[in-house]
Design a binder for this molecule. Structure first.
Ligand code: PXL
Length: 269
């Protein structure tokens, strides 16, 4: 059996629920071979309310990882936390040079629970370098507001407007994760491929143990693309995968509860 190779260009979440850890666990669940280019290491301070420390990897080391991974030939790739405009630009250069049409951009701007944008230059650099090479972009509501420059998004109509703007900036498609943040009784996500809008509905799950849901969703889309699924199917399969992971989220400590990456395959289909 030919093994599909996937690459994540993302940060390390030491707590294991999000970032490169979420990506590798999700890739494994999909039977694809995961590779990594690590951009930052995120730590949490147990003596200060789990506040996050972001420790960037030197740019030369990031570039050396990208060269290593790209040299083997990658079937699909994704980005997560890229942290600085410089990292965004270097990652985009290597992804573009790969010629891949299966590039999933998860435009991570904040970690859950932290509401400052990691770096104000990041959305600008994402618009310029990442959206034009994206097969799909997977922003949450906040990130969609930043990428589209529409600001806070609260309704499905505003999600559609943001989706159109993101496609106008060069992305082939976009899925805006309204999730349970949206003022609606269901958890709604919006998929737009430049011609049709599809609203994906799921029951809201009453849990705060959903750390890593965004990374897991984007990684599942990437794995599905590597496995030959078309974009709409990849997005819909990924939503089922992450919904099961959220339903089985668990408490790690008093500050964080990650999703259960293996729930879809081993607890409930
Ligand atoms: O969930 C966003 C995220 C992405 N990547 C890394 C993270 C986090 C949040 O903690 O640590 C590495």
């Amino acid at each position: 059996m030919e093994m599909k190779k996937v690459l994540t260009i993302a940060g390390s979440d030491t707590s294991g629920g999000a970032g490169i850890q979420a990506d590798l666990k999700t890739f494994q669940e999909h039977g694809v071979y995961g590779m990594t280019a690590l951009t930052t290491i995120v730590t949490m301070d147990p003596d200060n309310h789990w506040s996050h420390g972001v420790h960037p990897v030197p740019i030369d080391t990031i570039e050396a990882q990208l060269k290593t991974a790209m040299s083997v030939g990658i079937d699909a790739m994704k980005t997560g936390m890229l942290a600085t405009a410089e990292i965004i630009e270097v990652a985009a250069k290597h992804m573009k040079a790969s010629g891949s049409d299966k590039i999933v951009i998860d435009p991570v701007m904040v970690c859950k629970g932290e509401d400052e944008v990691l770096n104000p230059e990041a959305p600008v650099a994402m618009r310029e370098f990442l959206l034009p090479i994206a097969a799909v972009v997977t922003p949450n509501l906040f990130e969609a507001g930043q990428l589209s420059q529409l600001g806070p998004i609260r309704t499905v109509d505003q999600m559609k407007e943001a989706a159109q703007k993101i496609v106008d900036l060069g992305a082939k498609s976009v899925v805006i994760k309204g999730g349970k943040q949206l003022e609606h009784e269901k958890a709604l996500d919006l998929f737009y491929d430049g011609s049709d809008f599809t609203v994906l509905e799921a029951e809201k799950v009453a849990t705060t143990y959903n750390h890593g849901a965004g990374c897991t969703f984007a990684a599942a889309v990437t794995a599905n693309l590597a496995n030959g699924k078309d974009m709409k199917t990849a997005v819909s399969n990924a939503k089922d995968f992450v919904s099961a992971a959220i339903r089985h989220g668990f408490k790690l400590n008093e500050y964080v509860g990650p999703v259960m990456h293996g729930a879809f395959n081993r607890i409930q289909k």
